[in-house]
Ligand binder design. Sequence first.
Ligand SMILES: Nc1ncnc2c1ncn2CCOCCNC(=O)c1cc(-c2ccc(F)cc2)cc(O)c1O
Ligand SMILES: [Mg+2]
Length: 214
Amino acid sequence: TQSTRPQRLLGAVQKNATRGDPRSVVQAIDQFCRQKEWAMNVGDEKGCILDSVVSEVNPATVLELGTYCGYSTVRIASLLPPHAKLITLEFNPDFAAIARQVIAWAGLEDKVHLIEGASGDWIPKMTEQFGVKTFDLVFLDHWKDRYLPDTMLMEECGLLRKGSILLADNVICPGTPDYLEYVRSSPRYESQYFKSHLEYTKVEDGLEKSVFLG
Ligand SMILES: Nc1ncnc2c1ncn2CCOCCNC(=O)c1cc(-c2ccc(F)cc2)cc(O)c1O
Ligand SMILES: [Mg+2]
């Protein structure tokens, strides 16, 4: 039977990356996506911006919405201080199964909690299920029309504190116009746009970093 793109991406990791070496996992995926098959990872260019924000925030608690194959999960988790926790939500069980193996190959399973399910269902359960009070950093990379409703949901559930950082992928391509309008016009956020390109292409895209002001 035919393999899927995520399965072929995992094969490239297992063939070309060193177990326990997150950077080699990231490099193997980027090489696969540049040379073999495009895939919707945040990629190397936007990934460097993600790395700099993670390093600056030095978060103890991170929420990632949209795991896909675990590329950004590995980038983030490899930069976390000891005892920090990354919770990542993936809706698609096939993607989640691949992501678990990519995260394990990088040796980061102890820092990552991958949950299979929809963001709208799980955000209200974060505190009771995982004892998380607030998130220091949220990386939004799931359905583009869920960025705004899920941000409002996180506010309502008290999961954001003064200084919590939201970092959103794809705010230009595919685009999240309602989310951008909200975080850029709301007095409760201080927003900044990091211009970049859609992963592995010359098409414009970017990350929007928004600080919740409480
Ligand atoms: N826990 C959850 N709750 C709800 N929904 C969830 C979920 N977990 C997953 N999902 C479902 C959505 O997951 C994938 C979302 N990502 C993208 O769609 C995406 C698309 C492109 C792209 C594609 C084609 C082009 F031509 C140009 C750009 C690029 C990107 O960087 C993208 O991130
Ligand atoms: Mg994305």
